[in-house]
Write a protein that binds this ligand. Structure first.
Ligand code: C5P
Length: 342
């Protein structure tokens, strides 16, 4: 038999950030999580994950090498957790089996701000899951991939879809939408105040644990529009409504009260609606093109430098101009065709 690990080149995956265009929280479930209705888009701002199988031996141990931003301790790393859960799911079902699939040397180029409401860790996990399977030459059907992804975290299944999607349930029900025609510019401003998602949901629960019905209506309406495809210009025309369509906004400002004046200052500076992605603290504004978002990013950086906008948190807020990932095909059951998020 040929050596299943003879693959020399590492497997490389791009792990995009996500933006919640809407986020409705429908209510608390018996398992402690919340049912959501959220329209999410993948962004060009991305991490990169590369994985290489290590030939078996006494020193063959999974390793993680990080470049760029600090993702936090290895024990909490979702890419490593994804590989461990994927190895369990594969069992002896890889070409070198029946033993467990081999250890991997993982390299992570971390560009997506951490604990920022952009799901960078979850995206790394989805990329690592897909990449590990390829590095091992192992197969998992789409339903099993989805089950593995959902075990790792609520935001992970979305990234298997490879495009704009409606996310429901705890995050495990993902429906691909046709998406946005054209690529709107997206300005992201992330203050240096990592916000733990559980804290925001806890604050949300303390306020009654139920979202505002109007956010749900906006989210349902946008999902219908994006099912058929919406132009970037039409999306931007809805920016004011979308910037208010996040049920976690008020809870996030309880956890991080400084977000209120910071968001107001950004709104005054940009003259555009400013929304919150997920549980925050990343704030976003939409533009007709990435060039215009890049210009706005310079404006924000200058305003932070000269004190027109007071910095909150530690260090300088991260300012990114990006756009949505161009339409592509995904691997979800019910998605339009086959493909991957590479
Ligand atoms: O699934 P994940 O580990 O990303 O979730 C982090 C936390 O966010 C959970 O522990 C829970 O407090 C909250 N959460 C929730 N409902 C969801 C997703 C997350 O309550 N649908």
């Amino acid at each position: 038999m040929s050596d299943p690990l003879r693959r020399l080149a590492p497997v490389i995956r791009v792990a995009p950030a996500k933006l919640n265009l809407t986020l409705a929280v429908l209510g608390r479930r018996s398992d402690g999580f919340h049912d959501l209705h959220s329209v999410m888009v993948p962004l060009v701002l991305a991490d990169r994950v590369s994985l290489a199988a290590i030939p078996p031996g006494p020193d063959a141990r999974e390793s993680l090498h990080v470049e760029g931003l600090d993702p936090g301790p290895d024990v909490d790393n979702l890419a490593l957790r994804a590989i461990a859960v994927a190895r369990q799911a594969v069992g002896g079902g890889w070409p070198g089996g029946p033993g467990p699939a081999p250890a991997l040397a993982v390299r992570l180029e971390k560009r997506i701000p951490v604990a920022a409401g952009l799901a960078g860790g979850s995206s790394d996990a989805a990329a690592a899951l897909d990449g590990a399977l390829e590095a091992w030459g192992a197969e998992l059907d789409a339903a099993s991939r989805l089950a593995v992804a959902a075990r790792i975290g609520s935001d992970v299944p979305f990234f298997l879809a490879g495009g704009t999607a409606l996310v429901e349930g705890r995050g495990e029900r993902v429906t691909r939408l046709h998406g946005i025609r054209g690529q709107p510019g997206i300005l992201l401003v992330t203050p240096g105040l990592p916000v733990p998602t559980p804290d925001v949901f806890a604050a949300f629960g303390a306020r009654g644990g139920r979202g505002d019905g109007s956010v749900r209506m906006t989210s349902e309406h946008l999902a219908v529009e994006l099912r058929n495809g919406l132009s970037a210009a039409d999306l931007i025309a809805r920016a004011g409504v979308l910037a208010a369509a996040n049920d976690l906004l008020a809870a996030a400002t309880i956890v991080v009260p400084q977000l209120v004046p910071f968001r107001r200052a950004l709104f005054r500076l940009l003259g555009r609606p400013v929304g919150l992605s997920g549980s925050g603290p990343t704030l976003w504004a939409l533009y007709p093109s990435q060039d215009e978002a890049t210009e706005a990013a310079s404006t924000v950086r200058a305003a932070l430098d000269d004190g027109r906008i007071a910095t909150i948190g530690t260090g300088r807020p991260a300012v990114h101009a990006t756009t949505t990932v161009a339409r592509q095909v995904g691997t979800m059951p019910g998605s339009e065709a086959e493909g991957t998020n590479r």
